[in-house]
Design a protein around this ligand. Structure first.
Ligand code: TK8
Length: 345
């Protein structure tokens, strides 16, 4: 090897040695970018909470971590985002627990009709050991669950007729989430239930591909379903949680400090989100009436009939999620219901 070539080789090696720490340094300075997808509009309880989470992450990390919030299902519907997280192509999302049943059957616990009587019960179970146990089933599947947010108690809308009794649902083409409990539940009620991603719902209602759907008051308002749905029936048939998810592939590459930032920001966002969601829900019905929706409560006898029919799916939910989890949940709820409620917030 000539002297010149040796010098060249040496300088190339020296260059490579220098470049390595520089690259590491650059990575330290460049903020970690988190693509955070969600399904609703920016102007919704979901959008507001994602925004809050983003600012918390930035604050807690001193600007070293940055959330890019991408709403309105621009990164795809829930199921597609879940796959992107598992594959590592996207870092975070928030979406319905109901669309996760294909990944982990235990999530179907939350789809049980009339499982929770009120938000106090929902908070206690979701934030307690049972909520954590269900969340933990995601990890071996490539997803890390951080917290549950409130989507809310679901209510029924349609464009055909006011639902005053069970039989009014006969033949109504009703969009449901991509989830067997919902499908079975509404078929049991006599509706023609069709599973469909949320992102396709507005135009399906507009073009009358489906006649109706069910979602919490807030979503009916923020997604402008009042423009294409005349009748709203207050059923509160199930409490829907949302869940904040992280790609496990990506999560495993974070430092302990970075993971802590995300966990802390998630807990703060949960408290913000539930408060905001409950305040907004309290005002949403009046607003929906102003927008022209005709709202009715089911007469108590009809509500009881609906409840009776819907809870017929309970046995199959128990079998799917495992009887231990089912019984543990029922016992925890019984204990909560027996406890004095004076300490209620
Ligand atoms: C938004 C959905 C929505 C859910 C549904 O991505 O699909 O009806 O209630 O909140 O997750």
């Amino acid at each position: 090897m000539s002297a010149m070539r040796r010098t060249l080789t040496l300088s190339l090696i020296a260059g490579a040695l220098l470049a390595a720490p520089l690259a590491a340094l650059a990575q330290d300075i460049k903020p970690r970018l988190i693509r955070f997808g969600y399904g609703l509009n920016e102007n919704s309880n979901q959008g507001r909470a994602v925004k809050f989470f983003a600012s918390e992450v930035e604050r807690l990390s001193g600007g070293k971590m940055k959330v890019r919030a991408i709403g309105a299902a621009a990164l795809g519907p829930d199921v597609q985002m879940q796959q992107a997280l598992i594959g590592g192509a996207q870092e975070m999302m928030v979406g319905s627990t109901a669309t996760l049943v294909g990944i982990t059957p235990q999530m179907a616990l939350w789809d049980t009709p009339f499982l929770f009587n009120n938000v106090r019960e929902a908070d206690a179970i979701l934030d307690g050991p049972i909520g954590a146990k269900v969340m933990a089933t995601l990890e071996p599947k490539g997803l890390v669950g951080l917290v549950y947010w409130e989507n809310g108690f679901r209510n029924l809308t349609n464009s055909k007729r006011p639902v005053q009794k069970l039989e009014d649902l006969d033949g109504i083409k009703l969009r449901v989430m991509q989830n067997n409990v919902f499908l079975e539940s509404f078929r049991t009620l006599g509706a023609n239930a069709v599973p469909m991603p949320f992102s396709e719902l507005f135009s399906a209602l507009e073009t009358k591909t489906v006649d109706g759907q069910e979602n919490p008051f807030n979503t009916i308002l923020s997604s402008k379903f009042f423009e294409v749905q005349k009748y709203l029936t207050v059923t509160n048939h199930v409490y829907s949680p949302w869940i904040v998810l992280v790609s496990k592939r990506w999560w495993d590459g974070l430092s302990k400090d970075e993971q802590k930032v995300l966990r802390d920001a998630a807990v703060a966002s949960r408290d913000f989100e539930r408060k905001d969601t409950r305040e907004a829900a309290g005002k949403a019905v009046a607003e929906l009436k102003t927008k022209g929706m005709q709202v009715n409560e089911l007469p108590p006898a009809e509500a009881a009939r609906m409840r009776d029919r819907l809870t017929r799916v309970n046995a199959s939910i128990g079998a799917n999620i495992g009887m231990d989890l089912w019984n543990e949940t029922q016992a925890a709820l019984a204990k909560l219901r027996a406890a004095p409620t004076v300490a209620r917030k």
